[in-house]
Write a protein that binds this ligand. Structure first.
Ligand code: SF4
Length: 78
């Protein structure tokens, strides 16, 4: 489930990357990523707190993480 304003998408490969899970959990200033035993989970109740800093997008391999602005249908990705 997405937030009202923001959704965050991860590729399946990225979700299962233990190193990335740790990195994302430590990177997002509003705790949208949780490292659950080496797997990244999105913390849905925090999605709308996203400050669009792009730290997660830049911490992950190209194409792995995408932040979707549901209110104008644009995306932060690389
Ligand atoms: S853009 Fe920033 S605030 Fe939003 S999910 Fe990524 S790291 Fe968190």
């Amino acid at each position: 489930m997405a937030g009202t304003f923001i959704d965050v998408e991860l590729t399946e490969e990225a979700r299962d990357d233990a190193e990335l899970a740790q990195k994302l959990e430590g990177t997002c200033p509003v705790d949208i990523f949780a490292n659950r035993e080496g797997r990244t989970e999105i913390v849905e109740e925090n999605l709308d707190e996203c400050v669009l800093c792009e730290l997660c997008v830049n911490a992950a391999p190209p194409g792995a993480v995408r932040v979707v602005k549901l209110y104008d249908d644009t995306r932060l990705e690389r």
